[in-house]
Design a protein around this ligand. Structure first.
Ligand SMILES: [Zn+2]
Length: 169
């Protein structure tokens, strides 16, 4: 088994859509950042990458690269998941804590869990999501996400490609 941990934070800005866990939430502000600012998907991506000791999200998708401006964070998650699978692992479960003053996540939590589960290829019972308000942290204009992920060994790691082709039969 492997364990991974991810952390991310983004600041709220007026006039942009709010995306959390690949779900667009109704709110008058969104999360700023070079991509779509999806604090939860970024945190999950880093947890997956960390679990297989791969370079982190900032190294793989540098904010300095205009290619990632406004990018859908699902792209980052898919690359991290591919690296997990290539290393011979699958996701067992994840657990996430979201810390934000508003909007209320409760009514949307089920939709976010279903979406994240689908992206990870697991049952929604394997996606934990808690939302908390930033009591005493003076972070009312910020969204923070902490994620832990557990990976299970599924098969041998992907072998490097052979130059010589062999035929069976
Ligand atoms: Zn981020």
């Amino acid at each position: 088994m492997r364990i991974g941990y991810g952390f991310d934070s983004h600041e709220f800005r007026e006039g942009i859509p709010l995306k959390i866990g690949g779900v667009t939430l109704t709110y008058d502000k969104g999360l700023g950042g070079h991509s779509d600012g999806d604090v939860l998907l970024h945190s999950i991506t880093d947890a997956l990458l960390g679990a297989v000791a791969a370079p982190d999200i900032g190294a793989l998708f540098p904010p300095s690269d205009p290619k990632w401006k406004g990018a859908d964070s699902v792209v980052f998650l898919r690359e991290a998941l591919k690296r997990v699978h290539d290393a011979g692992y699958g996701v067992a479960n994840i657990d996430a804590s979201l810390i934000l003053a508003a909007p209320k996540i409760g009514p949307q939590a089920a939709a976010i869990r279903v979406r994240v589960a689908k992206l990870l290829g697991v049952h929604s019972d394997c996606v934990g999501l808690k939302a908390k308000t930033p009591e005493g942290l003076n972070l009312d204009n910020t969204a923070v996400a902490h994620v832990v992920v557990l990976l299970e060994k599924r098969r041998s790691p992907k072998a490097p490609r052979k130059t010589k082709k062999t035929r069976r039969g």
